[in-house]
Design a protein around this ligand. Structure first.
Ligand code: PSU
Ligand code: MN
Length: 306
């Protein structure tokens, strides 16, 4: 597991060596997805939920050009507060490594680094995907292409509602990524449980998901899987309600010429303002829910692999 650019925290390295469950967490959601100090509170809460489920959290970030798997208190605080945390997708990693810079890892780069460390399960809020208006912008998140490359299962509340969900599902099919609805038949839409789109497969227990993952990686180690876990009913924002705010945020982005990697952070922040924080509360709730399921899947996967 030694790699010249990778630093795996000793506790996590031990757990992985012994086949104990570990769940990766991303850092873009901390540095660019939520404001301080709520972001660091959420980051700690995500780690706590995973430990409570008898698994180890491994928050991933780039610090001083090192690919860090597992952050200590001070490092987590730094990621949450520093103005110098670049939003780092996979293509940004070489530049950050060579320049010894800091970077907050997206779903795509977190997957890549998790795979390098031997972590198979990763919990996040919602993955990136095909953006609305893709015909004009060609904006498709590298989260999708990475799902076709790295052997990591992502637990996500579907894909972010700001996206074009039908096209995102089409692209996942093209990339041969298994999409499994957890206790649901519909692809969840991040803030809401329903999207009107069917998931191609359903599983009702972490054990069932672990068995699917084991089979997936017997076929090939190239690529991961998407576990779609709907936001808990008590925390959801109905699709009709949030859709109006999303439309306003998308219009504002267009008017201000926001595009590329700035698009997602801008839209999430704008929706947070428009909903007076309601979207943020939903985002935290669904991320915690995903961390819990991620830990259960990792536990089940590690026992079945023994
Ligand atoms: N989900 C959230 N908040 C976020 C993101 C996802 O709840 O901030 C981030 C993830 O890091 C994801 C990224 O990988 O947004 C997608 O950005 P882009 O569309 O530029 O690929
Ligand atoms: Mn993009």
């Amino acid at each position: 597991m030694t790699h010249p650019d990778l630093d795996v925290a000793p506790e996590i390295a031990d757990a992985l060596a012994q086949g104990r469950p570990v769940v990766a967490l991303e850092s873009t959601i901390i540095a660019h997805g939520m404001p301080y100090p709520g972001n660091v509170v959420t980051a700690r809460a995500l780690e706590h939920v995973i430990r409570n489920e008898a698994a180890l959290p491994a928050t991933i970030a780039v610090l001083g050009g090192r690919l860090k798997v597992g952050l200590d208190e001070g490092e987590l605080e730094h990621v949450a507060q520093s103005p110098n945390m670049a939003k780092a997708s996979v293509r940004d990693l070489p530049v950050l490594i060579a320049g010894k810079h800091d970077g907050a890892t997206t779903v795509a780069s977190t997957m890549r680094i998790a795979a390098m460390a031997g972590i198979r399960v990763f919990a996040t809020g919602g993955i990136g995907g095909v953006h609305r208006g893709v015909e004009a912008t060609a904006d498709v998140s590298a989260d999708l292409t990475e799902l076709a490359l790295s052997p990591v299962a992502i637990v996500s509340a579907g894909a972010k509602a700001i996206l074009d969900l039908p096209r995102t599902l089409e692209m996942l099919e093209t990339l041969s990524v298994p999409v499994i609805g957890y206790q649901c038949d519909e692809f969840p839409a991040f803030y809401s449980r329903s999207s009107g789109l069917r998931v191609p497969a359903r599983a009702d227990s972490p054990e069932e998901i672990a068995a699917i993952l084991a089979a997936r990686w017997r076929l090939s180690n190239a690529g991961g899987a998407l576990i779609a876990n709907p936001i808990p009913s008590a925390d959801e924002i109905p699709a009709e309600k949030i859709e109006a705010q999303i439309a306003v945020a998308l219009q504002d982005a267009k008017a201000q010429g926001i595009a590329g990697k700035e698009a997602t952070p801008f839209l999430l922040a704008r929706i947070r303002d428009l909903t007076k924080g309601e979207s943020q509360r939903a985002n935290v709730a669904l991320a915690l829910n995903n961390a819990q399921l991620g830990a259960r899947i990792a536990r089940s996967f590690s026992t079945s692999a023994k």
